[in-house]
Design a protein around this ligand. Structure first.
Ligand code: 26V
Length: 825
């Protein structure tokens, strides 16, 4: 059938005029015909929705044109497979991408409306936990900006990461109802639903003399695609993010009834929608939950089918699939895509196993985002066999053939084959998803130089010696559009006035700022931008959280997920020590550098220790802020619900960036990059991307402390005894004793029992071992901050020297090291 056509349809939409009047017209039309309200009767939400749809119109022609262009050019796509995208608010980004901010501001003002107020109405789509999801969002932004064809695939969770509140200092989670007031950025396509099967059994059959396997599933669900625009920065490109939502199938296959398990089938239908109901808020300990595996298979099955169907539509020979797509596996969450593609090719397309494997293993690459052994996903074979029986068989065969290869290479080394087996036998029979991804992928990468090295040497040593060329590094990056240009307009203006506008898409041009570190006027101008950002932050915290912060302090910020390895407790020990020094009379409060410490962190709801640490932080904050003896020299704030939106206000205001994980634990960190690029100095360990930040900015512009990774390993091996540090360090002992004394808990000596005894008797992440070194580093910070001009020079050098950390550079590295790559074996 030929598609419908009309001469006017050749240019399907054109953008409304880029003028204030044109914008006003479009906005009022949306308000009237889209929202069905008159301006005079409209609510802020009406106005926000109308504004969002108005801006959308300006992107629409570019979106359709990008799709047409990609179809026609048959370019190779990046298929980014990620269970999480932590997008942040969309409106500001869309206004920036279309260069409509000023037009919109004037247009709204002429209607008596305030753009900032409408922007604040947007609830950010928090479809991710932290760094991994935010990285995915930065990457798709960069690919769109670089005009690289990319489709991001993921899950449209009805509830994203929980909203954090504090009740009596303790974290209480509230559902994130991000869709409740309307979702103007999404385009649902229920007509393009895809079916996804689950459960049942497999059977073999004779296919004209060839024995084949078929999967007889027990139940299925529909995947509804929701498309989102991913606008490039002022380049006429708009890529697509396609998130899948689960829906029950209307009628289900008779064979299920005939198979007899009616009740099970109906139950499954009823629960279909549960699959995409909520984002799992755990980000380190896999719970092995069945629903999570369902989520993973669901979105991956939809996505692979979606792409293959597009190829089939254009009569494409799937044998050449690797020429048209590289699927990037964002951690192990989407790794079930590997057996899924095999199943489609072998069972549905009836290919030979070997030809299917040859194509499959050229279509995937795998990024690992962790080093914590407990964060590496494994799925029990019972669970996999129950939910995805055919996939389990395929995994077994992949493993058998892989182990045959290993045994051929190392005939005398059965232990090695067992170590490398994708299927583990202990402690229970399970599939190691990282191993499957490594075997199947063209490349395996870590996310910072140190992490990639440790990944190859410590997590996957057998694999990296088996396939040395498979392993590579791509250091993470962040998008300068959202995290500098949009989040820090005052600094952006200063940079653009100084070196021109090119830095926004070519961040290495920040190097041109280097000489201005010597320029007194520039330094003064830089400090003004910090002051503007602090004022803006404090105003927000006043209205958002009722927190009143003093002016003129060093602003010391630690924002990230709450995790023991990140060591928020080390920061708290520092704060308590500063407090202790004053109240014990060891130092005179008037001689203390005024400092405000801001925490932001969500704890996984089931992570008890993390929640105790939040309680301690809030208790310390309450006590310090009420204590007149401090003379207003030290205050602590812990605004609830740290998210992308708050990060955009906090990071530009910060003077000091806390990146204090135990060396060898933080894969990369990306907050560290955002702070440096916004002119904060880092106090940090030699961990993750801190290593590269320090190398670039220079030791004299970075406050390094703590053990190195090899020192950590040695201490671990020698036997670590935290009490020895407690006993031998008077200030440390005094700080811990102060916590145990009830000073932060109205005299209750047991309030922080768990945190304290964990530190004293376990301290897996060696906070006590690094305590003194950290305090020394903080002394250096204070000495440096007193010299305003020298500090400002360092801050400017941080900005000028960290252009490397643009996610545009990360994408160039993926393109050259991974997506252009073919397997070496
Ligand atoms: C892991 C797991 C494990 C199973 C349970 C559910 C779940 C959910 C999310 C994750 C991802 C954790 C890994 C992660 O977020 N890693 C972070 O990735 C950042 C981007 O590469 C990096 O900057 C951080 O250092 C790293 O912790």
């Amino acid at each position: 059938m030929t598609p419908p056509t009309h001469p006017l349809a050749l240019a399907p939409v054109s953008a409304p005029p880029h003028s204030v009047d044109g914008f006003v017209k479009e906005f009022l039309r949306e308000l009237n015909t889209g929202q069905g309200v008159a301006l005079s009767r409209s609510t802020v939400n009406d106005q926000y929705l109308a504004l969002a749809r108005t801006v959308r119109h300006y992107l629409m022609a570019r979106w359709l044109e990008t799709l047409r262009h990609n179809r026609q050019s048959k370019a190779k796509y990046v298929g980014y497979l990620s269970a999480e995208y932590l997008l942040g608010r969309q409106l500001g980004n869309a206004l920036m991408a279309t260069d409509l901010n000023d037009v919109a501001e004037k247009a709204l003002a002429s209607c008596g409306l305030d753009l900032a107020t409408l922007r604040a109405q947007e609830v950010e789509p928090g479809l991710g936990n932290g760094g991994l999801g935010r990285l995915a969002a930065c990457f798709i932004d960069s690919l769109a900006t670089m005009s690289v064809p990319c489709i991001g695939y993921g899950i449209r969770y009805e509830y994203g990461i929980f909203r954090q509140t504090f009740v009596d200092g303790r974290q209480v989670e509230q559902p994130d109802t991000w869709l409740a007031l309307g979702a103007p950025w999404e385009f649902p396509h229920p007509e393009a639903a895809v079916e996804v099967d689950f459960g049942g059994y497999t059977e073999t059959y004779d296919d004209n003399g060839t024995e084949r396997t078929r999967w007889v599933p027990a139940w299925n669900v529909l995947g509804i695609p929701y498309n989102y625009m991913v606008p490039g920065y002022q380049n006429g490109r708009v890529n697509t993010l396609r998130l899948w939502s689960a829906q029950a199938t209307k009628a289900f296959d008779l064979s299920i009834f005939n198979a007899g398990d009616y009740a099970e089938a109906v139950r499954a239908q009823t629960f279909a929608e549960n699959i995409t109901k909520v984002l799992y808020p755990e980000d380190s300990t896999p719970q092995g939950k069945e629903l999570r595996l369902q989520q993973q298979y669901f979105f991956v099955a939809c996505s692979i089918r979606d792409f293959i169907e597009q190829m089939v539509e254009e009569d494409f020979d799937l044998h050449n699939l690797p020429e048209r797509i590289h699927f990037q596996l964002n951690d192990t969450h989407p790794v079930i895509a590997v057996p899924e593609l095999m199943r489609i090719l072998v069972d549905e397309k009836k290919w030979e196993w070997d030809e299917a494997w040859d194509v499959t293993r050229r279509c995937f690459a795998y990024t690992c985002h962790t080093l914590l052994p407990e964060a590496l996903e494994t799925w029990p074979t019972d669970l996999l066999g129950r939910l995805l029986p055919r996939h389990l068989e395929i995994i077994f065969r992949i493993n058998d053939e892989f182990l045959a290869e290993v045994r051929a290479a190392y005939p005398e080394d059965e232990l090695r084959a067992r170590r490398m087996s994708i299927v583990a036998d202990y402690p229970e029979r399970s599939v190691r998803m990282a191993y499957l991804a490594t075997v199947a992928g063209t490349r395996v990468n870590g996310v910072a130089a140190l992490h990639s090295q440790l990944l190859a040497e410590k997590v996957l040593p057998d694999f990296s010696s088996f396939w040395p060329d498979k392993f590579t590094n791509v250091t993470n990056g962040v998008t300068p559009r959202r995290f500098i240009k949009m989040a820090n307009p005052s600094l952006s203006e200063l940079i653009t006035d100084t070196v021109g506008p090119g830095w926004v898409t070519d961040l290495e041009r920040l190097a041109e700022l280097e000489p201005y570190a010597e320029d007194e006027d520039f330094r003064r101008a830089f400090r003004r931008t910090k002051d503007v950002n602090k004022t803006r932050l404090y105003a927000l915290l006043r209205t958002r959280d009722g927190i009143d912060l003093p002016e003129g302090h060093l602003l010391d910020v630690m924002v990230k997920r709450l995790h023991e390895y990140k060591r928020q407790t080390l920061k708290l020990l520092h704060v308590v020590t500063l407090y202790d020094r004053i109240i014990s009379g060891r130092v005179d409060p008037t001689s203390v550098l005024p400092r405000t410490v801001v925490f932001g962190a969500k704890a996984a709801p089931g992570y008890r220790m993390a929640k105790e640490i939040i309680f301690l932080a809030n208790s310390v904050a309450a006590t310090l802020n009420a204590d007149k003896r401090l003379n207003g020299r030290l205050s602590v704030a812990f605004p609830a619900n740290y998210n992308v939106t708050l990060a955009e206000k906090l990071i530009p205001a910060a003077d000091l960036s806390e990146q204090i994980s135990l060396a060898g634990m933080e894969a990369s960190g990306t907050g560290n990059m955002k702070f440096a690029l916004n002119g904060a100095l880092t106090v940090g360990t030699d961990d993750g991307a801190n290593v590269e930040i320090r190398q670039l900015v220079g030791d004299e512009n970075f406050f390094l402390f703590g053990m190195t990774e090899p020192e950590v390993s040695d201490l671990q091996a020698a036997g670590y005894h935290p009490t020895e540090y407690y006993e031998s360090n008077a200030e440390l002992k005094s700080a811990i004793d102060l916590i145990s004394s009830g000073a932060f808990s109205d005299g209750d000596r047991n309030a922080f029992e768990q945190v304290v005894s964990n530190l004293l008797y376990q301290d897996r992440f060696m906070a006590l071992a690094d305590y003194q070194s950290y305090l020394d580093a903080q002394d250096r910070v204070e000495a440096a901050y007193v010299n305003k001009e020298a500090w400002t020079k360092s801050a400017i050098r941080n900005i000028a020297r960290t252009g490397f950390f643009s996610s545009d550079r990360s994408m160039r590295d993926y393109l050259s090291r991974i997506w252009g790559a073919t397997p070496d074996r």
